[in-house]
Write a protein that binds this ligand. Structure first.
Ligand code: MF3
Ligand code: CO
Length: 248
């Protein structure tokens, strides 16, 4: 069942989302060669708790940290540790918070220092695919319309979308119905209705979309080692468009 949120609920989700967006902006400033992903995680946890919110990922199915830090060929769910970021790498950071009973969820991929043009292009196309998906969102369009738009943009640029992870409804819980694949056929899937709140999150790789999970049970990387990027926004469906909630 896909929950329909009231305008008052959407306002509360918006507050959580604004905190997520603000924190991603702060984290971006800290991404320099030499910083460890654990330092980013500690900064994030302090930041969230100082705002009287709760890091939504920490403890979720035993996930051990407040953010996900996914470097290079890691697609999503990278666990922060003491490895230093190096010039030329790319890092996806995923943040979720719970505040006043409501969740917000967003992710972005950043370059570390000076990065090869081919990886900057991957980041750019992934970001564009998120926004092209969001453009398909309005009342009575269907999930498949946005899934298809994302896939088309990615594949037109010679990349592939990851199949094993999908976007999701969000708000009262971190993961609600519906599942939102980043591939699919137009005019299929659930119909969008005003008041739905959705986390759209394309994950894009330069190689094959086959995934491997590391022994830590979380880290998801591409099997062939090709680099991967991830962007995510939480949005609210209205009669005419999607309102992006994860903005400052
Ligand atoms: N944005 C991701 C998601 O919605 C992050 C989940 S990380 C987890 O699935 F640790 F909470 F699982
Ligand atoms: Co998500």
């Amino acid at each position: 069942m896909i929950e329909i949120k009231t305008p008052q609920e959407i306002l509360k989700i918006k507050r959580s989302c604004a905190l997520v967006a603000e924190l991603l902006e702060e984290l971006e400033k800290l991404i320099v060669p030499g910083v460890t992903t654990r330092e980013l995680d500690e900064f994030a946890e302090d930041y969230i708790r100082r705002k009287r919110a709760i890091p939504a990922f920490k403890g979720y199915r035993n996930y051990p940290a407040s953010i996900c830090t996914s470097v290079n060929e890691v697609i999503v769910h990278g666990i922060p540790d003491d490895t230093k970021l190096k010039e030329g790498e790319i890092i996806g950071i995923d943040v979720g918070v719970l505040m006043d009973g409501y969740y917000g969820d967003a992710a972005k991929t950043f370059p570390v220092g000076k990065v090869q043009q081919q990886y900057l292009h991957l980041i750019q196309i992934t970001k564009e695919s998120l926004h092209i998906g969001i453009e398909q969102i309005k009342e009575n369009n269907r999930i498949g319309d946005l899934s298809h738009a994302i896939q088309k943009h990615v594949e037109r640029n010679g990349y592939n979308v990851i199949r094993d992870f999908v976007g999701h409804g969000v708000g009262i819980r971190l993961h609600e119905d519906p599942k939102i694949p980043n591939y699919g056929e137009p005019s299929t899937g659930p119909r969008l209705k005003t008041g739905m709140v959705l986390a759209i999150e394309p994950m894009v790789t330069m190689g094959s979309y086959e995934v491997e999970i590391l022994p830590d049970q979380w880290t998801a990387r591409t099997k062939d080692g090709s680099y991967s990027a991830h962007f995510e926004h939480t949005v609210a469906v209205t009669h005419t468009e999607a309102l992006i909630l994860t903005t400052t």
